[in-house]
Design a protein around this ligand. Structure first.
Ligand code: ADP
Ligand code: MG
Length: 681
């Protein structure tokens, strides 16, 4: 709290208990309080007539009090108070529960605005516990605030009204010239109007300004991060031909893969480090871009490291890339947490001595004690699986290191510009040839046996299948929700529908050596049917597996389902994805229908983003963005574009925000993300 910022305790009516309740909302100062924006508004500006007001929906009516009843005591002990109000169209009975005060406050023959849900019948309309406003209210939009235990909307509204009267000195973080060119209100005006809008238009202006502010601050922060990264220097690599690499591949790269490789190796020949994101749908062949980069680094006599989110994936990369790379003369190593201490020590020694050219591993790679002789390229696979800190730790690993991150989460462009604003992006928008789209169906559990039969037919032809369940072990949660749990489920299948077939079980709680054994048995075809939790979600590659069945499909996000589906359709055989769900929710049905309609990860992501918002879409940890107060990256896309434009303008004249007129902006960026302050040298 700055010295000039006043505590909320200085407000009338804030004692110890309220102060604590406010703290739970993150409100300590009067400034914090004013930045506690309403989450919604009750619109009093367009009252309905009683006769035409909709049932079971919140609405406002404008009516005069004609009757007040006496207290009624219900058997439950609740005291009810009734009143009758009228407008030209008809009458309405109001009920107040345990609230004599509300009834007493109503005056006969006076007109009020009543807000609530209409119930009762066509003959007798009722409204329970309405909120009451004077008919001549000067604030036609009544703010509804996010609340915490121990503090009501009325109290918060009152405190905010008090705070507004103190004419607080809110810092203006948007430079004047940006305010002018984007026609934005000043901060004081916007904050007053977000709390007490005069009409829909002022409310719209206030929202626009505050959303702009938030996105602008974020865009400036991302811009600073980008500059900071670009201020680092790297030793430029010499051009080398990758022909030997291409010749060693069993297939021809797609044009999109080739472009991404050219982008990356181009970056590596410059004196600023590469910071490239390769974004491509599941199965688009991102691993080959990584391998090409590692080979390029090898030709320059330097080392590369590739970090995968799970041991399973690290092993898979290792066993897939080691034969290819060693044919090219590269020495490949593997470093994962489950290796023995002596194995790890040996590997660390070889890394430090430069006896390994390409090291594949998990986040064990970024742990302390791992040193490289001349690390030049760091690759992160499935980067959305790593938290913010891990991303940072990786960047820390060397200021002179080139960075390649790979992600299968197809982030729509507007969002990508914010989330990955500091990175250059190569998109692999093409799948390897001869891939057939996966056929997707949604079925209910009544058809489960038929689906099992369908799977058996495929297993009998020497093909393989996955069944994914949301949970691992039988537990109380399962009993409560009827969710399918992998362990028990697998036993049931082994003794029933799939007796005589070899079934494997894979879940996250298994020891990693066990996981690896199961996975390699599945890869080699010894296991025909793999029952699993979502550990198979990321990156697992078994081209002979052609059916993916998902139990309780409603439990998964669309992007997650798309990832799961990406485990099949990797060979020439037609693949199928069966989504099992008994959910009746229209929302769920629409979402699963989307999966059946589309095989395009970007399209699905866009839909997911629109229906669930970016928070759910990526998860706070996953996208690493600070949480936003008022802006929504998925719907405020025009403002995202404007804010980025404005940020560019400001940073072009003051690249590190050192000018005094940008002090407030600098402070705001610092509050949002940790990019101001220390600078690299
Ligand atoms: P992802 O982008 O999901 O990480 P992978 O790199 O695992 O995809 O590639 C998926 C599969 O496609 C692998 O079996 C890989 O060997 C194969 N593959 C990659 N590129 C090509 C290509 N150009 N032509 C044919 N198959 C390819
Ligand atoms: Mg992959």
């Amino acid at each position: 709290m700055g010295s000039e910022e006043r505590s909320v305790r200085t407000l009338r009516g804030v004692g110890e208990r309220r102060a604590q309740a406010l703290e739970r909302l993150g409100i300590h100062t009067i400034e914090n309080l004013l930045l506690h924006y309403p989450r919604n508004y009750i619109d009093l500006s367009k009252p309905c007539e009683i006769l035409s007001a909709p049932f079971d929906e919140p609405c406002t009516v404008r009516a005069v009090v004609v009757k007040k009843g006496s207290e009624i005591r219900a058997a439950s002990g609740i005291r009810m108070y009734k009143a009758v109000v009228e407008d030209e169209s008809g009458s309405l009975e109001l009920t107040f529960f345990n609230n004599k005060f509300a009834l007493d406050a109503l005056e006969y023959d006076r007109t009020y605005l009543f807000y609530g849900r209409l119930g009762g019948t066509l003959q007798k309309r009722t409204m329970g516990a309405p909120q009451i406003y004077p008919a001549d209210t000067s604030a036609p939009f009544s703010a509804v605030y996010p609340l915490a235990n121990g503090i009501s909307n009325r109290v918060i509204s009152g405190l905010i009204a008090q705070a507004l009267m103190l004419a607080p000195n809110l810092p203006e973080c948007i430079p004047q010239q940006i305010l002018d060119s984007f026609h934005l209100d000043g901060i004081a005006q916007a904050v007053e109007m977000i709390h007490r809008p005069m009409d829909a238009e002022t409310l719209g202006r206030a929202k626009r300004r505050l959303i702009f502010e938030e996105l602008f601050t974020l865009a400036v922060g991302v811009g600073l991060l980008r500059t900071r990264i670009r201020q680092c220097s790297a030793v430029p690599m010499q051009p080398h031909s990758l022909q030997a690499f291409y010749d060693a591949l069993p297939f021809t790269l797609t044009n999109a893969q080739q472009r991404a490789i050219d982008d990356l190796t181009g970056d590596m020949q410059r004196s600023t480090p590469a910071n490239r994101l390769v974004q491509g749908d599941v199965g688009s062949g991102k691993t080959m871009v990584a391998a090409a980069g590692a080979y390029f680094a090898f030709l320059s006599g330097t080392q590369s490291a590739m970090m995968a989110p799970t041991e399973l994936l690290a092993h898979q990369h290792y066993s897939g890339l080691e034969p290819l790379c060693s044919r090219l003369g590269m020495r490949v190593g593997l470093l994962v947490g489950s290796m023995t201490a002596s194995q790890k020590r040996k590997l660390r020694e070889r890394l430090a001595a430069g006896e390994i050219d390409f090291c594949i591993g998990t986040h064990a790679l970024i742990s302390e004690g791992v040193t490289f002789r001349n690390l030049a390229l760091v690759i992160t696979d499935e980067q959305h699986r790593f938290g913010v800190e891990q991303r940072a730790a990786l960047q820390q690993k060397g200021a002179h290191v080139h960075t390649l991150v790979m992600s299968a989460t197809p982030i729509p462009r507007t969002l990508a510009l914010m989330v990955y604003g500091e990175l250059d992006i190569s998109v692999i928008d093409q799948l390897p040839p001869n891939r057939q789209p996966v056929k997707t169906y949604k079925i209910s559990s009544g058809k489960r046996e038929r689906a099992f039969g369908f799977i058996r037919q495929h297993l009998d032809r020497g093909l393989q299948a996955y069944i994914v369940c949301p949970l691992v072990e039988e537990d109380t949660e399962k009993e409560a929700t009827g969710l399918c749990a992998a362990t028990g489920y697998m036993e049931e299948l082994a003794n029933g529908a799939f007796s005589g077939y070899t079934i494997g079980l894979l879940h996250g709680k298994m020891k990693s050596t066990d996981k690896d054994r199961v996975m390699s048995d599945f890869k080699s075809g010894q296991i025909q049917l793999l029952v699993s939790t979502t550990v198979v979600e990321v990156g697992v590659d078994v081209p002979n597996a052609v059916i993916m069945m998902v139990e309780n499909a409603e439990r998964f996000g669309l992007s997650q389902l798309h990832q799961l589906r990406g485990r099949v359709g990797r060979g020439a055989e037609q693949s199928h994805c069966i989504l099992l769900s008994d959910s009746r929710s229209q929302d769920t049905l629409d979402r699963l229908q989307m999966m059946c309609r589309s095989n395009d990860g970007f399209q699905i992501a866009e839909y997911d983003l629109q229906t669930r918002g970016p928070g759910n879409f990526l998860g706070q940890q996953q996208h690493g963005l600070p949480s936003l107060r008022i802006a929504d990256l998925s719907t405020d896309t025009d403002t995202v574009t404007e804010a980025r434009q404005a940020a560019k303008q400001v940073l072009s004249v003051d690249p590190d925000l050192s000018q005094p007129q940008h002090a407030a902006l600098r402070a705001a960026v610092g509050r949002l993300m940790d990019v101001v302050g220390e600078r690299p040298n």
